[in-house]
Design a protein around this ligand. Structure first.
Ligand code: PMT
Length: 417
């Protein structure tokens, strides 16, 4: 199954404008990345850009003709430049030079790209790149402000060594930041206004200052949910156990160690949240006694450790649930559905994601997962093996459906409906 990091790009038409700066060569990487995500990419470039990267390179990578000339009529089977602009789901200009920003702010249309800029009605994302002196010039600042006031999004340049040898801000933003911004602008924004707590990763239960008990969770599933929810407009608070992953963009993160610390953080913030999504693999037991000094191995044939149960986070916060939506995961070995149903009922959940963690390639640590969505009405939705990034959106889609039903039956309406 194909599936990239940004499900919102699949099947979308991305119109990429390329202007004449040294960062233009990075347009090739961008086109490749968009195509890999399943997007249809059209490229419109300026004559100056074609001195930094050839149209043929972008044509080959995008598998579509590159538009450069205003007066070349569309060939048979292709659409006109105006139609191209109208059909776009998103318009990205990367790199956007100071010259382009000035013309776009002033509404000048003296070449194909600037003309297209006046025709598009989809979200616009600009990734400026230029010499740092130019970037800090007040005229560029004013033009940027004008465009921002019209709803244009910016992926600001980064600091570093520039092609001209100088140091400072002006380098085209990295691929990840540009992709993230395009995804965010393409996303439906359907979780706008919602506060969501997501827990992720394992917990670590210490035995002595050097040893702890933990499990195989890597946080990939929970982080994918946090990132997708933030991209869709939610205020996300990620409560993360110890993992190796970078904090997802757009989410506030609190790092915790033990199950009790995770519980403390959830209890502290649950009041301001609408949803709680418990993807974390919380240790059910912790060593009953903590040794302040390292337990010596000398003289021991067997080391017996006593465990006591950890609090169950979902059960602890259940009394504060009110109208909130609670989503849990059931990690089972074998068919996860029967146990998933029991856990859903016992923990008062609105949605349960039941996954089998005994199979290779899904569950703990893998990039993919396979799961069944269960809800108290008895509905079962099997999700086949797919990337966790894609599954994250499927879980959020279903949660949103249930949230709307819940709100409707309580006679409430959300602003975005
Ligand atoms: O992190 P990855 O490597 O990507 O792997 C993903 C995953 C397998 C960890 C994830 O998909 C998953 O299944 N997470 C839940 C794991 C788990 O603890 O399941 P459980 O069946 O033991 O618990 C049921 C629910 O109760 C879970 O939502 C859990 O977060 C919650 N729980 C469990 C114990 C506890 N003390 N308090 C809880 O709130």
């Amino acid at each position: 199954m194909t599936g990239g990091k940004y499900p919102e790009m699949a099947g979308k038409r991305i119109l990429l404008g390329v202007t004449g700066g040294i960062g233009a060569y990075k347009a090739a990487e961008l086109v490749r990345a968009f195509v890999k995500e399943g997007a249809h990419v059209d490229v419109a470039m300026t004559r100056a850009a074609s001195r930094f990267i050839t149209p043929m390179t972008l044509e080959t990578l995008s598998r579509n003709p590159v538009a450069m000339d205003m007066f070349t009529p569309a060939s048979a089977g292709t659409i006109s430049h105006i139609e191209l602009a109208q059909a776009a789901d998103i318009f990205l200009v990367a790199p956007a030079t100071a010259n382009y920003l000035g013309k776009a702010a002033a509404g000048i249309a003296d070449d194909l790209l600037t003309t297209i800029s006046l025709v598009v009605r989809c979200p616009i994302v600009l990734a400026p790149a230029m010499n740092s002196k130019m970037w800090s010039h007040p005229a560029v600042g004013v033009n940027t402000d004008i465009l921002r006031s019209r709803g244009v999004s910016f992926v600001l340049p980064e600091e570093g060594e520039l092609a001209c040898g100088q140091e400072g801000p002006g380098r085209l933003a990295g691929l990840d930041r540009i992709m993230e911004s395009v995804a965010r602008n393409l996303s439906r924004g359907d979780l706008q206004g919602l506060g969501i707590i997501v827990t992720a990763g394992p917990t670590r239960e210490p035995l002595d200052p050097v040893r702890f008990i933990t499990n195989r969770s890597t946080g990939k599933m929970g982080y994918a949910i946090a990132e997708a929810a933030a991209r869709r407009g939610a205020r996300v608070h990620l409560v993360s156990g110890p993992v190796e992953l970078e904090a997802p963009r757009g989410a506030a993160i609190t790092r915790v160690g033990t199950a009790r610390e995770m519980l403390g953080e959830v209890q502290k913030t649950i009041d301001g949240a609408d949803w709680l999504i418990m993807a974390a693999a919380v240790a059910d037991f912790a060593p009953a006694h903590y040794s302040c000094t390292k337990i010596p191995k000398e003289g021991k044939k067997v080391l017996a450790v006593e465990f006591s149960p950890n609090p169950d986070i979902l059960l602890e916060v259940l009394p504060e649930k009110g109208e909130k939506l609670f989503v849990g995961f059931a990690a089972q070995t074998g068919d996860p559905v029967p146990e998933g149903k029991k856990k859903m009922a016992r923990k008062g959940l609105d949605l349960m994601v039941a996954n089998d963690v005994s199979r290779e390639g899904i569950g703990f640590g893998s990039d993919d997962n396979e799961a069944t969505l269960l809800d108290p009405s008895g509905r079962e939705e099997k999700m086949p093996t797919m990337p966790k990034t894609l599954m994250a959106d499927r879980i959020l889609d279903r949660a949103l459906e249930l949230w709307r039903e819940k709100r409707a039956s309580a006679g409430k309406k959300d602003p975005e409906e």
